[in-house]
Design a protein around this ligand. Structure first.
Ligand code: ATP
Ligand code: MG
Length: 420
């Protein structure tokens, strides 16, 4: 057994004022009902680093049913991990019961032949729970009973050294759940931490086992990587560790062939990061449309060269490229529809007057398609004139806009010269 390092309230920087009110409510209600209750995971890690946590996760010795008994606004979710979600309007506080038992079938942890954990619902003590978490910096527990932080894994020294390090044998833990490789990258990017040598080494070899993860989960993780506010850094780390070709094979191949496309992608990701920092909305379809743009347009150009009409070529190209990606990272239909809109509108943005231009400007996805176009232009594609036109156009008063879009009168047809 390992001794815990207890950091008392005066020795760490976390104060209750920094903890979300609803998370505190949950912690106190569990505590007052006689259960243990801890803030854990990213909440503790980020507060210790002086960052604002994305969400607050709670660990307790109460079973999910006991948690439900305490909260009216509680829903139990998950199969692989059974969790309680306590709803406060739009905010959800996640409460996990301590997990026990370490990877033997008898104890209820079921794994498949590759060592992947399929079900994990044996409850245990805090001391057992620690070892089931992924990285040391994610395994610190803030105790609501005395406001101390409990550290079993010497995580505090990793916080100080800005290091992501797996708990236990890294290779085994990545095989148990390959998504941990993406999590390592995400935390390294977000926190500007390095991944410890022993925890990064296996990633180079194991990257391909990510492909075993269900496509819906991979989609969620991919979006977290690109919508964390650190998309550029995440993208570079994905490339560095050989994870990009597994997650986005067509994108990885395209940037190896075309340096200009890489510039475009970096610009898109920088733009996404900036929007998040500025508190603007981001739509996953935009980044995904960018990640597949080169594969789609390359395919479409080939078909065009064979004499296929523009729209049909685009449709056929999408039909070829998109399903390859959807097998890896599935996504809601609503998003793939937006991606298609953005792609089709690229051609239509070449229309600067008449009915066609009106229908482009009034299209629900005009703004996204226009942003996409101008990022292409900024990356050196030959669409600068179109970007400039639509930029100026949006600055005009409505009346002026109407004038610009009015169909240009065709010059009167000249009478055909008689051959006689
Ligand atoms: P953030 O919320 O900032 O993205 P986080 O560390 O809180 O980061 P969550 O996904 O919210 O990450 O998970 C909460 C905690 O649950 C983690 O800190 C970690 O202790 C544990 N955890 C989550 N996913 C895994 C996993 N795949 N394997 C092991 N432990 C995990
Ligand atoms: Mg969290």
């Amino acid at each position: 057994m390992t001794e815990a390092n207890i950091i008392s309230r005066g020795e760490h920087g976390i104060s209750r004022e920094q903890i979300d009110d609803n998370a505190l409510k949950v912690l106190y209600r569990l505590h007052n009902a006689g259960f243990q209750a801890y803030l854990v995971g990213g909440g503790v890690r980020d507060l210790l680093l002086g960052l604002e946590p994305k969400d607050f996760d709670i660990a307790t010795d109460a079973t999910p049913d006991e948690v439900r008994g305490l909260f009216r606004n509680c829903r139990l979710i998950g199969r692989r991990f059974r969790l309680a979600h306590i709803h406060f309007g739009r905010e959800i506080i996640e409460v996990a019961t301590f997990r026990g038992a370490h990877s033997t079938d008898k104890n209820g942890v079921l794994d498949d032949s590759s060592g992947r954990i399929l079900r994990d619902n044996v409850y245990g003590t805090l001391e057992e729970d620690v070892w089931r978490r992924d990285f040391k910096v994610n395994a610190l527990y803030y105790n609501i009973a005395d406001f101390s932080v409990i550290d079993y894994t010497r995580a505090m020294s990793d916080i100080n050294d800005r290091t992501i390090r797996m708990i236990g044998d890294a290779e085994t833990r990545y095989r148990e759940d390959p998504v941990r490789m993406l999590r390592a990258v995400r935390f390294a990017a977000k926190l500007d931490f390095k991944i410890h040598k022993d925890s990064e080494q296996p990633i180079y070899q194991l990257a391909s086992i990510l492909a075993e993860i269900p496509a819906a989960r991979l989609f969620d993780e991919a979006i977290k990587l690109f919508h964390s506010g650190y998309a550029v850094k995440s993208f570079e780390l994905l490339r560095h560790y050989g994870l990009l070709p597994v997650l986005f094979p067509q994108t990885a191949a395209a940037i190896n062939q075309d340096a200009e496309y890489e510039v475009f992608l970096i610009k898109v990701l920088q733009n996404t990061d900036r929007r998040i920092i500025d508190g603007m909305t981001v739509n996953p379809a935009f980044v995904l449309a960018a990640l597949l743009w080169h594969p789609v347009i390359t395919q479409s150009k080939l078909l065009l060269a064979d004499g296929m009409p523009v729209n049909l070529a685009m449709q056929k190209a999408i039909d070829k490229v998109l399903p390859v990606q959807l097998r890896i990272t599935s996504m809601p239909k609503r998003l793939s529809m937006i991606m298609k809109d953005i792609w089709f509108l690229q051609e239509r943005l070449k229309n600067h007057s008449g009915k066609r231009a009106v229908s482009v400007f009034t299209h629900q996805r005009f703004r996204a398609a226009y942003d996409f176009l101008c990022l292409r232009s900024a990356a050196g594609e030959n669409v600068e004139k179109d970007c400039q036109f639509w930029t100026r156009f949006q600055e005009l008063e409505e009346k002026e806009q109407e004038k610009v879009l009015r169909p240009k009168r065709r010059p009167p047809a000249r009478a055909k010269k008689s051959s006689k």
